[in-house]
Design a protein around this ligand. Structure first.
Ligand SMILES: Nc1ncnc2c1ncn2[C@@H]1O[C@H](COP(=O)(O)OP(=O)(O)OP(=O)(O)O)[C@@H](O)[C@H]1O
Length: 310
């Protein structure tokens, strides 16, 4: 990943409308080659649609740019050949083994040198020992891995993964992400949509989209810093009562209880501290400043976008 390498994705001002509804609104994204780029946002915010615009499955109503150095409007057929796209709802032939499924996919796409490609994909994703296992017998995590193997069979340069780990347990998700990092280490660029905060934290950079608008992007640390959000941590007794009192007060934008801690956040630090002042100095409570979490920031951005949308 050097600055001389051309970006894997470089698009500007993308717009997509379905009927009268604008679902992608002036979105610009630049993803460097070899980078793992996380794409986050509430349900229906336009992530899948943006991914489809990038790989030429949909045509933008406005905007321009390149994917793998190819024009997203004029060279979509060539882009598709070089991109591996894992959709939200992938499916297998349950009564075929892992290797047979991959061989079937390779045949379907008319890939030359099938044996080598299938063996390579099995090897890269640690599936070789399970090659004869029926796809229908695999747990969720191994199914995702098989889907990923199917995506890399044609040796793409860019992976577009649309919520690849939805509903998968934490250990399997972690292992799936280890694989993503291994693939990125081999030079693949990965754009991955997710709703999981821990996954966002494993990306080199992230973007947050809401109602079709890109609201934040950068490293996790940048996105947190750029949010302008301040958070105070309240620990101690009676947090639910305190939360109920703080809710809706000037300066308090968000209140959330996490077990024995309360996160209170707002963009105006002075107003936030004023709202908390009645509880400061109480022996049963401890109030400290803390960095907002990525989740705090996303909920803040989501609230802000809802306000704009009304
Ligand atoms: N082909 C289509 N025709 C009409 N509306 C569509 C079409 N595809 C998507 N939409 C709408 O566009 C909006 C954005 O959908 P999209 O699937 O891109 O969101 P998303 O961020 O991927 O959501 P999720 O996190 O739930 O997967 C939604 O309101 C959806 O209903």
């Amino acid at each position: 990943m050097t600055s001389e390498t051309p970006p894997a994705i470089d698009v500007r001002g993308l717009v997509k409308r379905f009927g009268t509804k604008t679902v992608v609104d002036d979105v610009s994204i630049r993803v460097e080659t070899g980078e793992i780029y996380g794409f986050l946002g509430p349900n229906g915010s336009g992530k899948t649609t943006t991914i489809r615009l990038l790989c030429g499955l949909l045509t933008a109503d406005a905007g321009e740019g390149t994917c793998l150095g190819l024009d997203i409007r004029r060279q979509s057929a060539e882009i598709k050949r070089q991109v591996g796209y894992m959709t939200q709802k992938f499916s297998f032939w349950e009564d075929l083994s892992i290797a047979e499924n991959l061989d079937f996919v390779a045949r379907m796409y008319g890939l030359p040198d099938r044996r080598r490609r299938v063996a390579g994909a099995l090897d890269r994703l640690g599936l070789s020992n399970r090659r004869t296992q029926l796809a229908g017998e695999l747990s969720g995590g191994w199914k995702q891995r098989l889907a990923l193997a199917a995506c890399i069979l044609h040796e793409p340069r860019l992976l577009l993964l649309d919520e690849p780990t939805a509903g998968v347990d934490p250990k399997a998700r972690r292992e799936f992400w280890d694989e993503i990092h291994r693939l990125a280490g081999e030079g693949l660029t990965v754009l991955v949509s997710t709703h999981y905060m821990d996954e966002a934290e494993r990306c080199h950079r992230i973007a947050y989209i809401a109602y079709g608008t890109l609201m934040a992007h950068g490293t996790v640390e940048q996105v947190i810093a750029d949010s302008g959000l301040h958070t105070r941590l309240v620990a101690g007794e009676g947090l639910h009562r305190i939360a109920a009192t703080l809710e809706g007060q000037p300066g308090v934008e968000m209140v959330a209880v996490f077990g024995s801690r309360l996160h209170v956040s707002g963009t105006d630090a002075a107003a936030l501290d004023l709202a908390l002042a009645p509880w400061v100095g109480r022996p049963e409570l401890r109030i400290t400043g803390t960095d907002p979490t990525l989740e705090d920031v996303f909920i803040h951005l989501m609230n802000r976008s809802t306000d704009n949308f009304r």
